[in-house]
Design a protein around this ligand. Structure first.
Ligand code: NZQ
Ligand code: ZN
Length: 389
């Protein structure tokens, strides 16, 4: 296990009815609020009405940023900054899934930067300060509710990149599982695949001796496997929604990655798909993951797949190591299929046309190699994209 510094500063308010603490929480950090949300799901399920009522009861003035897109665009960030500056906002409240939260994180950072917010995403300018952010999570997937990063898309340049700063961590996140009852089967499945992918990204690492982190990771993976289908079949099953919601946060808040030096592999490959084709993040990950696993499986990585197969999928130890590894990948694929996720790129509208461009782009962005479990070069990336077609 490598050395690490532990810091997970977000206060989590978990469970049904925790929204009652909203007014009190906001008042710890600010007095004029940007209320930010997506395309309107929160108006249909009543969360919006509830939040507005609480803000009014607490005499907290608020201004709205609405219509934040899935795969949030830099244009929404620019609009958010404008609203904040015009209205002397000192606190941002994100109500939604990862896209809304990520957009708010970028707005918070860009508020203190005079140039184009995209400069902060591509690293042309440094984030110095961030407006305080609070979240009301409505979709279990990205873990943005408890991490220090966001992902912003520029459709003009076909770029989708992560941006991070310790102050981007939400000050608090309200996690009420009942708020995810209205998430569609497709988005529920995509969310489960995303959570699992975050776990894989740090689990599949060459660092040995992080036994604790790996057992935690396996517990979280089993949670996703156990409750994923249940949440789709019974959208109002509190236990399933609660377990997935907490798994979403724990998968990426640092807990699993501490003591390891994992550099992510599948996420950068997926971000190219979203940047060019605007697809659902979790679906792209589910399509790529089994192909990535097959591609990186060799004598040097075999032991990790054996661990995964036995501990997560309960595959019998009597089989050969390679049999266990291959079966674990098949089971992963079958699980995503069982959630109803389309498992080829063509099914989500991606053909051969741009796979070379996307492979080049990700290699360039990553400086030559993607990931470090088994570093991928241009040919490797191309091969994974081709097999996923
Ligand atoms: O926009 P609305 O109308 O709210 O509808 C959304 C959207 O259409 C809907 N939805 C959300 N909550 C709902 C609901 N529908 C009904 N009932 C509810 N309770 O679901 C759709 C997808 O929402 P979105 O926020 O885009 O999904 P998700 O949470 O999966 O976020 C995806 C974005 O997060 C990034 C992804 O790349 C993508 O841009 N990621 C962020 C990360 C982070 N900050 O740490 C890490 C991830 O790996 C990921 O890259
Ligand atoms: Zn993800």
């Amino acid at each position: 296990m490598l050395n690490f510094n532990y810091s997970i500063p977000t206060r989590i308010l978990f469970g049904e009815g925790k929204i009652e603490l909203l007014g009190k929480e906001i008042k710890k950090y600010g007095s004029r609020v940007l209320l930010a949300y997506g395309g309107g799901s929160i108006k249909k399920n009543g969360i919006y009405q509830n939040v507005v009522k609480i803000l009014k009861e607490n005499d907290i003035p608020f201004f709205e940023l609405s219509g934040i897109e899935p795969n949030p665009r830099v244009e929404s960030v620019i609009e958010g900054v404008k609203i904040c500056r015009e209205n002397n906002i000192d606190f941002i409240l994100a109500v939604g899934g990862g896209s809304t939260i990520d957009c708010c994180k970028a707005v918070g950072a860009a508020y203190y930067y005079d140039g184009n917010p995209w400069d902060l995403v591509i690293g042309k300018a440094k984030i110095e300060k961030v407006l305080p952010i609070g979240c009301i999570l409505t979709l279990a997937a990205t873990g943005s509710e408890m991490d220090a990063g966001g992902v912003i898309t520029n459709m003009e340049t076909n770029q989708k990149y992560g941006v991070g700063h310790p102050d981007m961590s939400p000050k608090f996140s309200i996690l009420d599982p009942t708020y995810t009852y209205t998430v569609s089967p497709y988005q529920t499945a995509a969310g489960v695949a995303d959570i699992m992918s975050h776990i894989f990204e740090s689990y599949f690492s060459k660092v040995k001796g992080a036994y604790l982190q790996d057992r935690l990771a396996e517990g979280l993976l089993k949670t996703c496997i156990h409750y994923g289908r249940i949440a789709i079949d019974e959208p109002e099953n509190y236990e399933a929604r609660a377990n997935l919601m907490w798994a979403s946060s724990l998968a990426i808040n640092g807990l699993l990655a501490y003591g390891k030096d994992s550099i992510w592999s599948v996420h950068p490959l997926e971000h190219e798909l979203s940047a060019y084709y605007d697809i659902t993040h979790g679906v792209g990950l589910a399509i790529l993951t089994p192909h990535w696993m097959e591609h990186v499986l060799d004598e040097t990585t075999l032991y990790k797949f054996v661990e995964y197969g036995i501990n997560v999928w309960n595959i019998e130890r009597e089989k050969s190591d390679m049999e266990i590894a291959k079966e674990s990948i098949e089971k992963t694929r079958d699980f995503f299929i069982s959630l109803g996720i389309p498992m080829t790129l063509r099914e989500v509208g991606i053909g051969e046309e741009k796979i070379e461009t996307m492979a080049k782009a990700v290699i360039e962005y990553k400086g030559g190699k993607v990931g470090n479990f088994k570093p991928l070069d241009y040919e490797d990336v191309l091969d994974i994209y081709r097999k996923a077609l």
